[in-house]
Design a protein around this ligand. Structure first.
Ligand SMILES: NC(=O)c1ccc[n+]([C@@H]2O[C@H](COP(=O)([O-])OP(=O)(O)OC[C@H]3O[C@@H](n4cnc5c(N)ncnc54)[C@H](OP(=O)(O)O)[C@@H]3O)[C@@H](O)[C@H]2O)c1
Length: 289
């Protein structure tokens, strides 16, 4: 069993850290809002620390799941940051969805202290984290990936090394690009069914078994039809992710017209007050028409 640390106990991090503890690893956690770390430690029997530097003391592997590029820099760098407390030969595994730029930047800074850095964003949502069945896409050295995999496996049903530093985040961008148009398509289908006077649930029961079926259709149609969006993956986070995708496409020349359009639809949802609503709230936006 390894000595581990986990930084960031949000919707995703809290249950992910829980799976590591349940597997028997010794865990110290850090959360910006300390009360959450205290609750986690009480529930799982681990330790909590007031700063990332103190939380990572003596850890073989440090896991992290915070919000965006700036949040990741805040927990890694500076006198109280994780890198200041990690020792040579330890590994930092980042599950936050961030840009390739910050990933490569932190990978290079960590390397100057012989600290490994694996970018390992996740897909599968809150339920995937709670049930320990996330998909994890990784970049970094294969040796670091191999050392982290047994721990990642405690909350994942699919974990793959894709390539060098940043390749995990690039794969997550593909994931978000694929989801964006799909959720809009599902929303339009349910909106059309409603206008056509059809029973949305009956429609999904049959079309989900054919070529139109998807994770979003299976896991979100009930809540969409129930007008329930106060859960899941927040629109604010999705806009952050689509911004990362569109910036990267500007650099590599990829054409992402539907992604750019759906990003604007999510801006409408934010204007409706839905920044923390689940991404399936594209359906609610259509109900205005
Ligand atoms: N939710 C999903 O379905 C999902 C799915 C796949 C990927 N993701 C990605 O996973 C990451 C986390 O998502 P989440 O839903 O767990 O978010 P969340 O519930 O908002 O949690 C964010 C966590 O980051 C911490 N944090 C934010 N800024 C910080 C800073 N400057 N310094 C230190 N800690 C900071 C927060 O601390 P406080 O408690 O103090 O606010 C909290 O623990 C995001 O990058 C998101 O895009 C989410």
């Amino acid at each position: 069993m390894a000595k581990l640390a986990f930084l960031g106990l949000g919707v995703m991090g809290y249950p992910m850290a829980g799976h590591l503890a349940k597997a028997g690893h010794t865990l110290t956690v850090y959360n910006r809002t300390t009360s959450k770390a205290e609750t986690w430690a009480h529930e799982h029997g681990g330790e909590f620390a007031p700063t990332p530097r103190e939380a990572v003391s003596g850890a073989d592997i440090v896991f992290c799941c915070v919000g965006n590029d700036d949040d990741l820099r805040a927990v890694c760098l500076g006198a109280d940051g994780a890198f200041a407390g990690m020792t040579a030969g330890s590994i930092f595994v980042d599950h936050t969805t961030v840009s390739e730029t910050v990933t490569k930047e932190l990978h290079a800074i960590a390397a100057t202290s012989q600290i490994g850095f694996v970018d390992a964003p996740v897909s599968g949502g809150q339920a995937g984290a709670e049930n320990g069945v996330l998909s994890v896409m990784c970049g970094g050295s294969l040796a670091d990936y191999d050392r982290a995999t047994p721990m990642i496996d405690t909350f994942s049903s699919m974990c793959r090394h894709i390539g060098e530093s940043g390749a995990g985040q690039m794969t997550k961008m593909c994931n978000q690009i694929a989801i964006a148009g799909l959720v809009q398509g599902l929303s339009e289908a349910l909106h059309f069914a409603d206008k056509a006077g059809l029973d949305g649930r009956a429609v999904v029961e049959v079309i989900s078994k054919g070529a139109a079926g998807s994770w979003q259709m299976m896991n979100r149609h009930e809540t969409m039809l129930d007008d329930h969006f106060d859960h899941g993956f927040a629109v604010d986070w999705m806009r952050k992710d689509l911004g990362i995708c569109l910036d990267e496409a500007d650099k590599n020349g990829a054409s992402l017209p539907v992604t750019a359009l759906v990003d604007q639809f999510y801006k409408d949802v934010q204007k409706m007050g839905g920044g923390r609503w689940d991404t399936s709230s594209l359906f609610k936006r259509l109900q205005k028409f």
